[in-house]
Design a binder for this molecule. Structure first.
Ligand SMILES: Cc1cc2nc3c(=O)[nH]c(=O)nc-3n(C[C@H](O)[C@H](O)[C@H](O)COP(=O)(O)OP(=O)(O)OC[C@H]3O[C@@H](n4cnc5c(N)ncnc54)[C@H](O)[C@@H]3O)c2cc1C
Length: 370
């Protein structure tokens, strides 16, 4: 009977495997890909889609089309639980599980909703990236009528990118400019280079974005923002952008996980307990040394995952993943401006965004045309 490779999620770490799916098929293996959407969105360009720089088609990969064109099977669904003993994956709302000989997980991460109470119908999280499209439509609707208040909760890169791109959206569309507030805890871009903090503050202040740094948000409920120090604020739309957590799939499956809940993997990106389960991207905990939740690592893991999945099916030797040195950071602050940071060099302006745009477009075009 032919061996089956099962992929959970067509995320950033599975790009090379998906682009070369025909290699597996031509060798006589069956390949199935499970994903809750027919598309996978490239997060690096998500805020740009919110701001209107990119159309959704420009920032997404047509996963189903790619998989089927290479001879694989695409299953629209969400993996709910992995049974490593029976070598099966159960899907949400489906009774029949999918079987595998080798499994690879690239199920990404989510923004925790622990501070959100109530229905949260004014709330838009930065992940999944598709939510930024819904947010864009809502802003266009509300800000066409009146000056609204938009609160972004979080102090990291996605907060500043969302704030800057809301500004771009409203100024380009000629609608009422919202009052944009970032609830940045104790410090904007905490833990990032001092010059990046300074430049972000400068660029955002120029756009009229207010940066509040008097404490962390304790709860969001129906447009009410409660800080830990008891202060309260009101907003019409809210964007919690408080970091991400790996998919809960592994904890729910009783697989070995790291302190963050990510699938605990060894140097070969292989589960420490099950030699036929692999993973990459935001959903793993890399035992050698935890990795930042940035797409750069997912992208770097691609060739190793591709090699090791084939090796596992053919009983060959695995390759080791080397995370590599520091990585380039470019933030998209909207209005064609960015902040560049690498090699001790940090600068802002049009050139920074221009470079990001070129790099991102090159990456996406490579895999959109695979
Ligand atoms: C607004 C924003 C901007 C960012 N910008 C950058 C940047 O410029 N550069 C950078 O390096 N990083 C950036 N990041 C970080 C980056 O998003 C992540 O590190 C990256 O998305 C990780 O890729 P991934 O493939 O592991 O996960 P994801 O991109 O989350 O992809 C996971 C895939 O798995 C699917 N999936 C999820 N759950 C299941 C399930 N249960 N079953 C089946 N399929 C499932 C999803 O639909 C998705 O297609 C940004 C993050 C955000 C939020």
């Amino acid at each position: 009977m032919k061996k089956e490779l099962l992929l959970i999620g067509g995320g950033h770490a599975h790009m090379v495997t998906l682009a070369q799916l025909d290699t597996f098929i031509n060798k006589g293996f069956g390949v199935t890909v499970i994903q809750p959407s027919e598309y996978h969105y490239y997060s690096g360009m998500g805020p740009g889609m919110l701001g209107g720089t990119y159309h959704p088609d420009e920032i997404r990969f047509a996963t189903r089309k790619l998989v089927e064109s290479k001879g694989g099977r695409f299953v629209l669904g969400k993996a709910k639980r992995i049974d490593p003993d029976k070598q099966q994956v159960h899907l949400e709302g489906e009774s029949a599980p999918l079987s595998y000989d080798v499994l690879s997980c690239n199920a990404g991460s989510y923004v925790p909703r622990s501070i959100i109470a109530g229905t949260g119908e004014q709330v838009f999280t930065a992940k999944p990236i598709e939510d930024l499209l819904a947010a864009r439509q809502r802003i266009l609707l509300e800000a066409a009528k009146a000056t609204i208040t938009i609160a972004i909760v979080g102090s990291g890169p996605s907060s500043i990118e969302i704030a800057g791109n809301i500004h771009q959206l409203c100024s380009q569309e000629g609608i009422y400019m919202p009052r944009i507030q970032i609830f940045a805890g104790k410090q904007l871009l905490a833990g990032r280079p001092g010059r990046a903090q300074y430049l972000a503050r400068k660029l955002l202040s120029r756009k009229g974005v207010e940066i509040l740094e008097q404490g962390y948000v304790k709860q969001i409920e129906s447009g009410n923002i409660l800080l830990e120090n008891g202060e309260q604020y009101q907003a019409d739309l809210l964007f919690p952008s408080i970091g991400v957590r790996p998919s809960s799939l592994f904890a729910d499956s009783d697989l070995p996980i790291g302190p963050d809940g990510g699938l605990r993997v060894n140097r070969c990106l292989q589960s420490v307990a099950h030699g036929n389960i692999f993973g990459g991207g935001d959903c793993i905990y890399f035992e050698e040394g935890p990795l930042d939740k940035v797409g750069v690592y997912a992208v770097r893991q691609n060739p190793v995952l591709y090699h090791n999945l084939l090796a596992a099916l053919e009983n060959r030797q695995f390759e080791v993943f080397q995370p590599g040195g520091s990585y380039l950071l470019i933030y998209n602050l909207g209005d064609g401006e960015g902040i560049f940071s690498k090699w001790g060099l940090t600068f802002s302006g049009k050139l920074a965004f221009y470079l990001k745009d070129i790099i991102d477009r090159k990456f996406i075009e490579r895999f959109q045309n695979a």
